[in-house]
Write a protein that binds this ligand. Structure first.
Ligand code: KIV
Ligand code: NA
Length: 268
Protein backbone atom coordinates (compact mmCIF):
# COMPACT_ATOMS: atom_id res chain seq x y z
CA UNK A 1 0.00 0.00 0.00
CA UNK A 2 2.56 2.53 1.09
CA UNK A 3 5.22 4.09 -1.13
CA UNK A 4 7.39 4.95 1.82
CA UNK A 5 11.16 4.65 1.63
CA UNK A 6 12.32 1.65 3.70
CA UNK A 7 15.44 1.06 5.79
CA UNK A 8 16.68 -1.67 3.37
CA UNK A 9 16.33 0.80 0.48
CA UNK A 10 18.51 3.32 2.34
CA UNK A 11 21.05 0.56 3.06
CA UNK A 12 21.28 -0.17 -0.70
CA UNK A 13 22.21 3.42 -1.48
CA UNK A 14 25.78 3.02 -0.19
CA UNK A 15 28.09 4.91 -2.55
CA UNK A 16 25.17 6.11 -4.71
CA UNK A 17 23.20 9.34 -4.93
CA UNK A 18 23.60 11.25 -1.63
CA UNK A 19 20.93 10.47 0.97
CA UNK A 20 19.01 13.56 2.11
CA UNK A 21 17.96 13.62 5.77
CA UNK A 22 16.39 16.37 7.90
CA UNK A 23 14.96 16.38 11.38
CA UNK A 24 11.31 17.20 12.01
CA UNK A 25 9.19 17.06 15.14
CA UNK A 26 5.87 18.53 13.97
CA UNK A 27 3.14 17.60 11.51
CA UNK A 28 3.18 20.94 9.65
CA UNK A 29 6.93 21.05 9.01
CA UNK A 30 6.83 17.36 8.10
CA UNK A 31 4.16 17.96 5.41
CA UNK A 32 6.38 20.62 3.84
CA UNK A 33 9.66 18.66 3.82
CA UNK A 34 8.40 15.11 3.15
CA UNK A 35 8.47 15.24 -0.69
CA UNK A 36 12.07 16.52 -0.79
CA UNK A 37 13.91 14.20 1.60
CA UNK A 38 14.65 10.48 1.76
CA UNK A 39 14.50 10.23 5.50
CA UNK A 40 13.04 12.29 8.36
CA UNK A 41 14.69 11.99 11.76
CA UNK A 42 12.60 12.67 14.84
CA UNK A 43 15.73 13.60 16.79
CA UNK A 44 16.01 13.89 20.53
CA UNK A 45 17.39 17.35 19.67
CA UNK A 46 13.70 18.21 20.11
CA UNK A 47 14.46 18.59 23.82
CA UNK A 48 16.77 21.50 23.06
CA UNK A 49 14.94 22.89 20.01
CA UNK A 50 11.29 22.62 21.15
CA UNK A 51 11.70 22.75 24.91
CA UNK A 52 14.82 24.85 25.54
CA UNK A 53 16.59 22.09 27.45
CA UNK A 54 20.37 22.53 27.76
CA UNK A 55 21.10 18.95 26.73
CA UNK A 56 19.15 16.01 25.29
CA UNK A 57 19.40 14.05 28.54
CA UNK A 58 15.97 14.94 30.02
CA UNK A 59 14.10 13.81 26.87
CA UNK A 60 11.68 10.94 27.61
CA UNK A 61 10.37 8.01 25.59
CA UNK A 62 6.88 9.53 25.84
CA UNK A 63 8.10 12.78 24.23
CA UNK A 64 9.71 10.84 21.37
CA UNK A 65 6.60 8.75 20.79
CA UNK A 66 4.30 11.81 20.83
CA UNK A 67 6.38 13.68 18.23
CA UNK A 68 7.02 10.48 16.27
CA UNK A 69 3.26 10.09 15.85
CA UNK A 70 2.95 13.74 14.77
CA UNK A 71 5.63 13.22 12.11
CA UNK A 72 4.09 9.97 10.84
CA UNK A 73 0.75 11.78 10.39
CA UNK A 74 2.44 14.47 8.28
CA UNK A 75 4.47 12.20 6.00
CA UNK A 76 3.74 9.62 3.34
CA UNK A 77 7.04 9.31 1.46
CA UNK A 78 10.15 9.59 3.64
CA UNK A 79 11.46 6.91 5.97
CA UNK A 80 10.77 8.15 9.52
CA UNK A 81 13.49 7.33 12.07
CA UNK A 82 12.84 8.04 15.76
CA UNK A 83 15.70 8.63 18.23
CA UNK A 84 15.81 6.45 21.34
CA UNK A 85 16.27 8.90 24.24
CA UNK A 86 18.95 8.72 26.92
CA UNK A 87 18.18 6.00 29.45
CA UNK A 88 15.82 4.02 27.22
CA UNK A 89 18.31 1.52 25.73
CA UNK A 90 21.78 1.53 27.35
CA UNK A 91 21.02 -0.87 30.21
CA UNK A 92 20.62 -4.06 28.19
CA UNK A 93 19.60 -5.37 24.78
CA UNK A 94 16.31 -6.44 26.41
CA UNK A 95 15.56 -2.94 27.67
CA UNK A 96 16.43 -1.55 24.24
CA UNK A 97 14.13 -4.02 22.48
CA UNK A 98 11.24 -3.35 24.85
CA UNK A 99 11.45 0.40 24.23
CA UNK A 100 12.22 0.14 20.50
CA UNK A 101 9.15 -2.07 20.13
CA UNK A 102 7.06 0.58 21.88
CA UNK A 103 8.37 3.21 19.46
CA UNK A 104 7.61 1.07 16.38
CA UNK A 105 4.18 -0.05 17.64
CA UNK A 106 2.99 3.32 18.94
CA UNK A 107 4.33 5.54 16.13
CA UNK A 108 4.48 3.03 13.20
CA UNK A 109 7.81 4.60 12.18
CA UNK A 110 10.29 2.67 10.03
CA UNK A 111 13.39 2.60 12.24
CA UNK A 112 14.99 3.80 15.47
CA UNK A 113 18.32 5.53 16.04
CA UNK A 114 20.59 5.12 19.05
CA UNK A 115 23.97 6.55 20.04
CA UNK A 116 27.15 4.55 20.59
CA UNK A 117 29.51 2.32 18.64
CA UNK A 118 31.35 -0.66 20.10
CA UNK A 119 29.45 -0.46 23.39
CA UNK A 120 26.07 -0.69 21.59
CA UNK A 121 27.03 -3.32 18.97
CA UNK A 122 25.51 -6.24 20.90
CA UNK A 123 22.27 -4.26 21.37
CA UNK A 124 22.13 -3.30 17.68
CA UNK A 125 22.47 -6.99 16.75
CA UNK A 126 19.76 -7.96 19.26
CA UNK A 127 17.36 -5.38 17.78
CA UNK A 128 18.06 -6.01 14.11
CA UNK A 129 17.74 -9.80 14.52
CA UNK A 130 14.30 -9.17 16.03
CA UNK A 131 12.93 -6.94 13.29
CA UNK A 132 13.91 -3.46 14.46
CA UNK A 133 15.86 -1.49 11.82
CA UNK A 134 18.57 0.53 13.56
CA UNK A 135 20.40 3.66 12.47
CA UNK A 136 23.57 4.02 14.54
CA UNK A 137 25.27 7.28 15.60
CA UNK A 138 29.00 7.61 16.34
CA UNK A 139 31.64 10.36 16.64
CA UNK A 140 30.19 13.14 18.76
CA UNK A 141 27.31 11.58 20.69
CA UNK A 142 25.37 14.36 22.48
CA UNK A 143 23.80 12.01 25.04
CA UNK A 144 27.35 11.53 26.46
CA UNK A 145 27.81 15.28 27.04
CA UNK A 146 28.14 14.94 30.81
CA UNK A 147 30.99 12.42 30.39
CA UNK A 148 32.63 14.31 27.50
CA UNK A 149 32.44 17.73 29.17
CA UNK A 150 31.68 19.70 26.00
CA UNK A 151 30.48 19.36 22.40
CA UNK A 152 33.75 19.12 20.45
CA UNK A 153 34.62 17.74 17.05
CA UNK A 154 36.15 14.25 17.21
CA UNK A 155 39.14 12.68 15.45
CA UNK A 156 41.03 15.91 14.75
CA UNK A 157 44.26 14.13 15.75
CA UNK A 158 45.16 10.85 14.09
CA UNK A 159 45.83 9.15 17.44
CA UNK A 160 42.08 9.46 18.16
CA UNK A 161 40.95 7.73 14.95
CA UNK A 162 41.13 4.04 15.82
CA UNK A 163 38.26 3.85 18.36
CA UNK A 164 35.94 5.88 16.09
CA UNK A 165 36.78 3.71 13.07
CA UNK A 166 36.15 0.64 15.19
CA UNK A 167 32.79 2.04 16.37
CA UNK A 168 31.64 2.55 12.77
CA UNK A 169 32.87 -0.89 11.67
CA UNK A 170 31.21 -2.69 14.57
CA UNK A 171 27.78 -1.04 14.19
CA UNK A 172 27.84 -2.01 10.51
CA UNK A 173 28.75 -5.62 11.38
CA UNK A 174 26.00 -5.64 14.03
CA UNK A 175 23.38 -4.93 11.36
CA UNK A 176 22.75 -1.16 11.43
CA UNK A 177 21.33 -0.04 8.06
CA UNK A 178 23.12 3.33 8.22
CA UNK A 179 25.25 5.32 10.66
CA UNK A 180 25.28 9.01 11.55
CA UNK A 181 28.80 10.45 11.79
CA UNK A 182 28.62 13.60 13.91
CA UNK A 183 31.33 16.28 14.10
CA UNK A 184 34.38 14.37 12.92
CA UNK A 185 37.37 15.53 10.89
CA UNK A 186 37.08 15.15 7.12
CA UNK A 187 39.92 12.63 6.53
CA UNK A 188 38.48 10.32 9.19
CA UNK A 189 34.95 10.63 7.76
CA UNK A 190 36.33 9.86 4.30
CA UNK A 191 38.20 6.80 5.55
CA UNK A 192 35.19 5.44 7.45
CA UNK A 193 32.84 6.07 4.52
CA UNK A 194 35.22 4.23 2.19
CA UNK A 195 35.73 1.28 4.51
CA UNK A 196 32.32 0.38 5.94
CA UNK A 197 29.58 -1.34 3.92
CA UNK A 198 26.64 0.82 5.11
CA UNK A 199 25.77 4.44 4.25
CA UNK A 200 27.30 7.14 6.44
CA UNK A 201 25.05 10.13 7.15
CA UNK A 202 27.18 13.13 8.02
CA UNK A 203 26.50 16.11 10.25
CA UNK A 204 29.67 18.14 10.55
CA UNK A 205 31.45 15.24 8.88
CA UNK A 206 32.38 16.61 5.42
CA UNK A 207 30.92 15.94 1.96
CA UNK A 208 32.63 12.53 1.81
CA UNK A 209 29.67 10.86 3.57
CA UNK A 210 26.95 8.94 1.72
CA UNK A 211 24.31 11.40 2.97
CA UNK A 212 23.79 14.48 5.11
CA UNK A 213 21.51 15.44 8.00
CA UNK A 214 20.81 18.81 9.63
CA UNK A 215 18.43 19.99 12.31
CA UNK A 216 15.58 21.66 10.38
CA UNK A 217 15.30 24.73 12.63
CA UNK A 218 19.06 25.30 12.33
CA UNK A 219 19.13 25.19 8.51
CA UNK A 220 16.00 27.34 8.26
CA UNK A 221 17.62 30.13 10.29
CA UNK A 222 15.22 29.75 13.20
CA UNK A 223 17.81 28.86 15.88
CA UNK A 224 19.81 31.66 17.55
CA UNK A 225 23.08 29.79 17.92
CA UNK A 226 24.22 27.07 15.56
CA UNK A 227 27.36 24.90 15.34
CA UNK A 228 30.07 25.54 12.70
CA UNK A 229 28.77 22.71 10.55
CA UNK A 230 25.35 24.32 9.95
CA UNK A 231 24.61 26.25 6.80
CA UNK A 232 21.53 28.47 7.02
CA UNK A 233 19.55 27.82 3.85
CA UNK A 234 16.79 30.20 4.99
CA UNK A 235 16.11 33.08 7.37
CA UNK A 236 12.83 32.07 8.97
CA UNK A 237 13.69 33.82 12.25
CA UNK A 238 13.82 37.20 10.46
CA UNK A 239 10.65 36.40 8.51
CA UNK A 240 8.74 35.54 11.68
CA UNK A 241 10.00 38.68 13.43
CA UNK A 242 8.81 40.84 10.51
CA UNK A 243 5.43 39.10 10.30
CA UNK A 244 4.80 39.43 14.03
CA UNK A 245 5.84 43.11 14.04
CA UNK A 246 3.37 43.71 11.20
CA UNK A 247 0.61 41.92 13.09
CA UNK A 248 1.26 43.82 16.32
CA UNK A 249 1.20 47.16 14.48
CA UNK A 250 -1.99 46.28 12.61
CA UNK A 251 -3.78 45.27 15.81
CA UNK A 252 -2.66 48.44 17.55
CA UNK A 253 -3.71 50.76 14.70
CA UNK A 254 -6.92 48.73 14.11
CA UNK A 255 -6.12 48.05 10.43
CA UNK A 256 -6.51 44.35 11.30
CA UNK A 257 -9.01 42.72 11.25
CA UNK A 258 -10.37 44.41 8.10
CA UNK A 259 -13.81 43.98 6.53
CA UNK A 260 -12.79 40.77 4.70
CA UNK A 261 -11.89 39.11 8.02
CA UNK A 262 -15.12 40.14 9.71
CA UNK A 263 -18.51 38.40 9.90
CA UNK A 264 -21.66 40.41 9.19
CA UNK A 265 -25.21 39.26 9.86
CA UNK A 266 -26.90 36.64 7.61
CA UNK A 267 -28.99 38.23 4.83
CA UNK A 268 -32.70 37.61 5.47
O1 KIV B 1 18.75 14.53 17.56
C1 KIV B 1 19.13 14.84 16.42
O2 KIV B 1 18.62 15.80 15.78
C2 KIV B 1 20.21 14.04 15.81
C3 KIV B 1 20.78 14.47 14.50
C4 KIV B 1 21.31 15.84 14.51
C5 KIV B 1 21.73 13.48 13.94
O3 KIV B 1 20.57 13.05 16.38
NA1 NA C 1 19.81 12.74 18.47
Amino acid sequence: QSQRVTAPQIRLRKGGEPIVVLTSYHTHTTRIIDPFVDCILVGDSLGMVMHGMETTLPVTLEMMILQGRAVMRGSSHALVVVDMPFGSYEESPQQAFRNAARILKETRCGAVKLEGGERMAETIRFLTERGVPVMAHVGLTPQSIMALGSFRAQGREEVDWAPIERDAQLVAEAGAFAVVLEAIAEPLAAKISANIPIPTIGIGASPTCDGQVLVLEDMLGLSDRVPKFVKRFGSLGDQIREAVQGYAEAVRDRSFPAAEHTYGMKKK
